[in-house]
Design a protein around this ligand. Sequence first.
Ligand code: 2M8
Length: 454
Amino acid sequence: MSTGTAGGPPTAVDAGAHDRGALRRLAVATLDANWEHDHTVPSRTLYPHQWSWDSAFIAIGWSHVRPERAWCELASLFRAQWVDGRVPHIVFNPALRVGSYFPGPEFWESGLAEGAPAAATSGLIQPPVHAPAAWLAYRRCPSEQARAALRRLYPRLVAQQRYLATRRDVGGGGLACIVHPWESGLDNSPAWDAPMAAVPADAAVMRAYRRHDTAHADAAHRPTDLDYARYVAIVASYRERRYRDDDLAGRHPFLVECPLVNTAMGAAEHALARIAPLVGADPGPHRERAARITEALVRRLYEPTTGTFRPRDLRADRLVPARTVLGLAPLVLPDLPARQVSALVAEACSPRFGLAARMDRPLPSHDRTAPDFEPLRYWRGPSWMNVNWLVRRGLLRHGRPDLAAGLRDSMIELVARSGCHEYFHPDTGAGLGSPAFGWTAALLLDVLADDPAG
Ligand code: 2M8
């Protein structure tokens, strides 16, 4: 039933069979193969270190099969938290050779920054989905050990939120801004094209570096050299000031309020409100902050004439034009007002995203009808398991189990057909990117477990 390469994890399950047991085994084998002493790598080839939001999704998967690993995963990530509260988007494994990933620790120079941890890390963040992950892991498998782990994590999760809500509120409107497209997790989304176009860069700069990704994945599926030249230039600007956030507004080339990052920040406050009583803390302030974040999201990122949430480019002071899947993220918020919920469901069910109770194609990462929709290129069209998972949770939250079921079937179908790939062709469902990818396996376990019949 499952196929595999000698010594490696299995790679696919007979597409027709939909044998839930085989799918589960495939997912567990993928996570096991990516486990690395105290964390799980997203991919042995493309991403051999620890990534921040990957670890949160992966912890949810571990909670279904080896709950102690869920807590170990989160604990190892938060050991690399900076003194200011930021949780770095990459924690580098010192045992790996130089050049095993670009940009590696020698590029980031985190050790020169004040308040950086002993481990080498990047200086950026990713969507703060860790508190919801911790809450789900606890709820899935509550125990004294789990409660003790939550007690240790809680102050760190609070510090992470404080960092985002204070140092990163560059726009002053109650939302956190991202200072690099990598912070969104949707690196080369068309959402970033307008703000990125204003970053001066020359693709030839990349001749000085060796990209690691294009040695392991088709270059036509990855960001371009010009994208990378801009990524490098934005990091250089932040690194020059040792990743300080004090005068970002005046000088930093990329400052954007992202709907996904801010939705995650709001969802984190909701999760902390559930965790607080378990660890002897007051849930009240979390509830208040959650309400303020939702209100700020609607005020600053919702565009009423199109009924969409879009990122706000703080440098240009306008919403970006692209309608990407990032705009569906606020559905996750339980207190999103009914008007915005209806608008997002309409957007998701439109031909742009094709959500349905019976989906004929998977949910894409970008508007299918847009001229810059690219079915093969990374975050510019392909379907991703983590985004599907978030949208599905939002649909369940807002009373649309019919649509949530359609999305769930589509997610299961993708893995049954193609294996635990990093992302999938949005028309054919063919697997793209890394073949044995951590969060795909983890979130598959979670959606499988959600079905009493599964
Ligand atoms: C991708 O991002 C990294 C940079 O952080 C890369 O392209 O090298 C993104 O898909 C990101 O969301 C993800 O966390 C990371 C590891 O899976 O890979």
